[in-house]
Design a protein around this ligand. Structure first.
Ligand code: BGC
Length: 768
C-alpha cells in the first residue's frame, strides 16, 4: 500500500488535522505482461463489431418470462464475449466450439456463473462462513469450489458478494459477510485468494466482486429498492470490502441494480470510474448485474436502449449481462461519436487479457470425462464438514445442556427443517438452481444425529408442515410456482399434539427450525423476522413438556427468537451449513466439535429494530447513560445478541491489555497486545476482537469499530498473547468536512474481548 502525507486541513478556521491520506495501491499488473501484449495484438485485428461483441455476456439459457435469446448465431458472428447461466458441460463445449472454430478470430468464450458457496460440494452459506471469523474457512472453501468450477467449464464466478448488510430484513444478507467492514474486507480478500490464487492463471476462476455498491442499504430492507448512502458512509463502511478486494487483485466487479443516491449504479460514472478505476486503480472487468443495462430505462434514467448503452459504457461498465442492450445499440453510439473507438478498446482489453491469463486460448474446452470424478472428490465433503463446524454459533447453553451424550437412548427431533435435504445447503447452489437439480447428497440434521447415536437409539421425527405459505424462491416467481397453502386449524393442532407426544417420550428434544432456503437470497426480503408458519407454536409446546430442548436454527438471517432466548436452554445457529451440514451439526451437538463461531451481525429482538448495527455514533444522549436513554418504549433497543457474540463449551479470559505507546504522532503505529487464556476444562477456539472509539474530532465517530481480530485454538489452561497494529489503516476515516482520509490528533479508547461489548479497556492519544 502506498501512503501519501496530506497537508494540514483547515476548516471553519480551526486546524484540526495533520493526517495521512491513503492513496490506493494501483493494481500495477493485474494481468500478465504477456497477456497484455497478446490482447493488444488481437485487438488490432478486430473490427468494431467484434470488439463490441466482447462486451456482451449472453444468457446460456432461454428463461421463461425473461428477454433472452439463444446465442449460437451471435457467437459465430463474434458477438458474444461471455455466457452465463449454462452449466451443462456438453452445451458449454458445443458453444465453445462455435466460438473457437466458426468465429473469424477464434476468440474463446468466458463462461460465468454464480459459484457462491461451492459447486457440487456445497459449503455453508457466506453469512455462515463469515461467522467462523476465520478467513481461511472462506479461502479453503472457495479454492475447492474454484477447482470444481474449472473442471466443469466455469471460469468466472459472480462471487464474492461483499455488500455490507445492516438490515436482516434484506434477503441477500445471507450472501455476504454481515455488517462490519473489517470482517467483510478480510472475507472478501480470502475469497479472491481462494478463487484466483495469488495471480490470475490457468487454474484460477476469475472473481466478480458484487454488487458495486450500496446494494445492502436498500430502503426498508426491500430487495432492489433505492439506497441513499452519503459519501462518508460509503467510504467508511460500504466501500471498504470492495476496496479490499481490489487490493487483493480482484479481476472482476459487478455493478449493482439499484439507484445509489438517485443515480443507478450501472450507469454511475462516479462509482465505476472515479472511485473504482481512478481512486483504486482497478484494471479488471466491470460486468453489469443481470439486465441492469437495459433496466436503466426502467429506472427512468435512460431515455431508451441507446441512451442506456451510452450511459453504462460511459460510466465505465465493460460488459452487459444478458440485456443485449450493448449488442443492439452500442455500434450506433460509437458511430455517432458519443464514445470513441479508442475508449471501446480500453473496455475490451481486460476481457481479452483475462481470457489469455485464464488459459482459454490454449485450453478452451472442458474434459467431459473428468467432470464427475473431480466434483465427487471425497476430500471436498470432509473439508465441507470441518468448515461447517467452524461456522456455527452457540447462542445459548443454560445449565450446560450441550454437549449431549452419545449414549442418549431416546431423542425427539422436531421441525420442518430437521429432514429437509434441499434446505440444509441453502440457496444459490449451482446444480440446484439452473443445473437441473442437486447432484449432491445433503445430510440433514436427523441423519447427522442418526450417524452419531447407537443403532438401538430411539429417534422420533415430527416434521410439521412446510413453514411458509407465501414464500417463493426467485425462480418460482418467474415460473409461476404456486405457494404452499398453510395448515388448517385441525392440521396445526394435530402437528402440535404429535410434537408434544414425541417430546414427552424422549430424554432430549432437538428442534430444527428456521426458514426454508428460498426465504433468503435475491427477491426474498421479509418485513417480519418471526419463525414462519407454526414453528413457534411447536417449539412452545415441546418446551412446555419440561424436557431439555435444543434449538438448532437453519436460516439465512437473524430471526426473532426473543421467546426462545428466554425459554429454550440451548440455541445453536447453524445457518445453512451445506452438504455435510447434518453431520456438522451433530459434531457440535455431541461435543466432537467445540463451537467457536461468532455473529457477523447484531441480532435484533424483532424486525422493527432494523436496521441495527453496533458501529453507530454516540448521539447527544447515548443509550447506556442514565438520562433519556430509551430509544423505543416497547422493546430494548440493544440487540438480543451483540455483534461478535458466540459461546463455547469452554470459557476464556482476556487480560493484560497493553499499548506500545500512550501517546503517538498521527502518522505513527501503536501496537495493542492482549493475553487470552482458556479457563475452561476443554480445548476450544476464542476469537480475540479489538475495538476502538475516537473520542472527538472533526466528525462524530462510531461508539465502537472493530479494528482487528484473530481466531485462536487454546488448550485448557493455555494462554496466548496476541498483537494487533493500530496505525493509519486502522485509525483513519473519510472526513465529511475535508472530504479526505484523516488521522486526527485526539484520544482513542481501545477494548479487547470476545464481542462488541468487551469491557477490557485502554486508551491513548494522537498528536500532530
Ligand atoms: C443477481 C446477481 C447474480 C446474477 C447472475 C442477478 O439477479 O443479482 O447476484 O450474480 O443474477 O446470476
Amino acid at each position: 500500500m502506498v501512503l501519501k502525507k496530506c497537508s494540514a486541513i483547515v476548516l471553519l478556521g480551526v486546524s484540526f488535522s495533520i493526517g495521512s491520506c491513503l492513496i490506493a495501491k494501483a493494481q500495477t499488473s493485474l494481468f500478465s505482461a504477456e497477456a497484455k501484449q497478446q490482447a493488444e495484438a488481437l485487438l488490432k485485428q478486430m473490427t468494431l463489431d467484434e470488439k463490441l461483441g466482447q462486451l456482451n455476456e449472453s444468457s446460456g439459457l432461454v428463461m421463461p418470462g425473461l428477454a433472452t435469446e439463444k446465442p449460437d448465431d451471435l457467437i459465430e458472428k463474434g458477438g458474444v464475449g461471455s455466457i452465463l447461466w449454462q452449466m451443462n458441460v456438453k452445451e458449454i463445449n458445443r458453444l465453445q466450439h462455435i466460438a473457437v472454430e466458426k468465429s473469424r478470430l477464434h476468440i474463446p468464450i468466458l463462461f460465468g456463473f454464480d459459484v457462491i458457496h461451492g459447486y457440487r460440494t456445497v459449503f455453508p452459506v457466506p453469512l455462515a462462513m463469515a461467522s467462523s471469523w476465520d478467513p481461511s474457512v472462506e479461502e479453503q472453501a472457495q479454492h475447492l469450489a474454484a477447482q470444481d468450477a474449472r473442471a466443469a467449464g466455469i471460469e468466472w464466478t459472480f462471487t464474492p458478494m461483499v455488500d455490507i448488510a445492516r438490515d436482516a430484513r434484506w434477503g441477500r444478507i445471507v450472501e455476504g459477510a454481515g455488517e462490519d467492514p473489517v470482517l467483510g474486507s478480510a472475507m472478501a480478500q480470502a475469497q479472491v485468494r481462494g478463487f484466483q490464487g495469488t495471480r490470475i492463471g490457468p487454474d484460477s476462476v476469475l472473481v466478480c466482486v458484487k454488487h458495486f455498491a450500496g446494494y445492502g442499504a436498500a430502503d426498508g430492507g426491500r430487495d432492489y429498492d433505492s439506497s441513499y448512502v452519503p459519501e462518508e458512509l460509503l467510504r467508511n463502511v460500504y466501500l471498504k470490502p470492495f476496496h479490499a478486494a481490489v487490493q487483493a487483485g480482484a479481476g472482476g466487479f459487478m455493478s449493482a441494480y439499484m439507484d445509489l443516491n438517485d443515480v443507478p449504479a450501472s450507469g454511475n460514472h462516479w462509482l465505476l470510474t472515479d472511485v473504482l478505476r481512478k481512486d483504486w486503480g482497478f484494471q479488471g472487468i466491470v460486468l453489469s448485474d443481470a439486465f441492469a443495462v437495459g433496466n436503466l430505462v426502467t429506472h427512468g434514467y435512460a431515455r431508451d436502449g441507446e441512451d442506456a448503452a451510452y450511459k453504462a459504457i460511459n460510466a465505465g461498465l465493460n460488459m452487459d449481462m444478458a440485456s443485449l442492450t450493448y449488442t443492439h445499440n452500442l455500434l450506433k453510439v460509437v458511430k455517432e461519436g458519443k464514445v470513441s473507438e479508442a475508449y471501446i478498446d480500453q473496455m475490451v482489453l481486460p476481457i481479452l487479457e483475462a481470457k489469455y491469463d485464464l488459459g482459454l486460448f490454449t485450453h478452451p474446452y472442458v474434459d467431459e470425462s473428468k467432470v464427475d470424478t473431480v466434483l465427487n472428490r471425497p476430500e471436498g465433503l470432509a473439508l465441507e464438514r470441518k468448515l461447517a463446524g467452524r461456522s456455527m454459533v452457540l447462542l445459548r447453553n443454560e445449565g450446560r445442556v450441550l454437549p449431549l451424550s452419545k449414549g442418549l437412548k431416546k431423542i425427539a427431533v422436531i421441525g420442518p427443517l430437521a429432514d429437509a435435504a434441499h434446505d440444509v445447503e441453502g440457496g444459490w447452489t449451482v446444480e440446484g438452481l439452473f443445473g437441473g437439480g442437486s447432484k449432491s447428497h445433503p445430510v440433514t440434521v436427523i441423519n447427522g444425529i442418526k450417524n452419531k447415536l447407537a443403532a438401538d437409539a430411539q429417534i422420533t421425527l415430527v416434521t410439521g408442515p412446510q413453514p411458509s405459505k407465501v414464500y417463493l424462491g426467485m425462480l418460482d416467481q418467474v415460473t409461476g410456482t404456486k405457494p404452499i397453502p398453510p395448515p388448517t386449524p385441525q392440521e396445526t393442532a394435530d402437528w402440535i399434539a404429535k410434537a408434544k407426544a414425541a417430546a414427552e417420550d424422549a430424554d432430549v428434544v432437538v428442534a430444527v427450525l428456521g426458514e426454508t432456503a428460498n426465504m433468503s437470497g435475491e427477491a426474498a426480503s421479509r418485513a417480519t423476522l418471526n419463525l414462519p408458519g407454526i414453528q413457534e407454536q411447536m417449539l412452545e409446546a415441546v418446551v412446555a413438556t419440561g424436557k431439555p430442548v435444543v434449538l438448532v436454527l437453519e436460516n439465512g438471517r437473524p430471526l426473532d427468537i426473543s421467546w426462545a432466548s428466554e425459554h429454550v436452554p440451548a440455541i445453536l445457529e447453524a445457518w445453512y451449513p451445506g452438504t455435510e451440514g447434518g453431520n456438522a451439526v451433530a459434531d457440535v451437538l455431541f461435543g466432537g466439535v467445540n463451537p467457536g463461531g461468532k455473529l457477523p451481525v447484531s441480532w435484533p429482538r424483532e424486525a422493527g429494530a432494523e436496521p441495527l448495527y453496533y458501529n453507530h455514533t454516540l448521539t447527544h444522549d447515548p443509550e447506556d447513560r442514565p438520562s433519556f436513554k430509551s430509544r423505543y418504549w416497547d422493546i430494548a433497543s440493544k440487540p438480543l445478541y451483540p455483534f461478535g457474540y458466540g459461546l463455547s463449551y469452554s470459557t476464556f479470559k482476556f487480560a493484560n491489555l497493553r499499548l506500545s505507546k500512550n501517546s503517538m504522532s498521527v502518522s505513527d503505529t501503536n501496537e495493542v497486545s492482549v493475553d487470552v487464556t482458556n479457563t475452561g476444562s476443554v480445548s476450544g477456539d476464542a476469537v480475540a476482537q479489538i475495538y476502538i472509539h475516537q473520542r472527538y474530532g472533526s466528525a462524530s465517530r462510531p461508539v465502537r469499530e472493530l479494528k482487528g481480530f484473530e481466531r485462536i485454538a487454546l488448550q485448557p489452561g493455555e494462554t496466548k498473547t496476541l498483537k494487533f497494529p493500530l496505525g493509519t489503516d486502522q485509525l483513519q476515516y473519510w472526513n465529511p468536512q475535508s472530504r479526505g482520509w484523516v488521522v486526527e490528533p485526539t484520544e482513542f479508547d481501545v477494548w479487547a474481548g470476545e464481542d462488541s461489548t468487551a469491557s477490557l479497556h485502554a486508551e491513548f492519544t494522537t498528536i500532530p
